[in-house]
Design a protein around this ligand. Structure first.
Ligand SMILES: [Cu+2]
Length: 160
């Protein structure tokens, strides 16, 4: 097993929370980790980000953490009989060589469970992403307003 890259370089996170920011770990670039505000008392939030792999070998996002949440899961969205459903991506998400994978609203996403505090628009929180090859990568999620109304109710039904 390779040693995790703990000293991942923070490339650019200089302007406001809504501005683009990215994090690098080896051949991976993690672009713009973001989240959505949650209503008071909510136990579930979301995380979105883009992963680009400029290397020659595939890597795999296995999980991660966030300071605001007790648990961090990767969920895949599927449509079954015309109904959108989500399930945990047990084997993580593969990012092939040269590939860009987007975790976004309506698709594969990060699920933040057992929230310890509300996720507040305009703020940000620290977290990590854990990759099979690149190891543990520190990131920071910015909280943006867009899509909160759509994102929140659809995640309330999530039961571990
Ligand atoms: Cu989900």
């Amino acid at each position: 097993m390779r040693v995790p890259v703990l000293a991942a370089a923070v490339a650019a996170c200089l302007s406001g929370p809504a501005a683009a920011h990215e994090f690098k770990a080896g051949d991976l670039t993690i672009d713009h980790p973001s989240s959505r505000p949650t209503p008071p008392g909510a136990k579930v939030g979301v995380g979105y980000l883009t992963i680009r792999n400029d290397g020659a070998e595939a890597d795999r996002l296995l999980g991660g953490s966030a300071t605001v949440a007790g648990r961090f899961e990767i969920h895949a969205s599927t449509v079954e009989d015309g109904v959108a459903r989500m399930r945990r991506a047990e084997n993580g998400i593969v990012v092939g060589p040269g590939a860009t994978v987007k975790l976004a609203s309506g698709g594969t996403h990060v699920m933040l469970l057992d929230l310890k505090e509300p996720i507040v628009k305009g703020k940000s929180f620290d977290g990590t992403l854990v990759f099979e090859r690149a190891g543990t990568v520190p990131v920071r999620f910015s909280v943006e307003g867009f899509g909160a109304a759509a994102a929140a109710p659809s995640h309330e039904g999530h039961k571990p």
